[in-house]
Design a protein. Structure first.
Length: 90
């Protein structure tokens, strides 16, 4: 299952920090993680940037259901918020 996430972080937060945090929070079911956009400009506060991430989840021994993936995404966004003060872009 694929999910896309757009988060807003402070400029000083590196992409590597964000990707590491997502990988740790995603655990073994997170099979692939790609940064596909960095945006600064209208709609994003000064001193911040928006990062768009593609996440691919897959279980080797079972079929994932939406509720499992949503729980993982919630865990990832919660951890990004706590560790990097990231917020979901709306």
């Amino acid at each position: 299952m694929r999910r896309d996430l757009a988060i807003v972080v402070a400029e000083e937060v590196s992409v590597a920090e964000v990707l590491d945090c997502v990988r740790q929070a995603g655990g073994a079911l997170l099979r692939d993680l790609q940064l596909f956009d960095v945006y600064r400009g209208q709609g994003i506060d000064s001193g911040k940037k928006s990062l768009a991430l593609g996440l691919l989840f897959q279980a080797s021994s079972s079929t994932l259901v939406d509720s499992q993936v949503e729980a993982l995404v919630t865990g990832i966004t919660d951890r990004l918020g706590v560790e990097l003060r990231a917020s979901l872009r709306v």
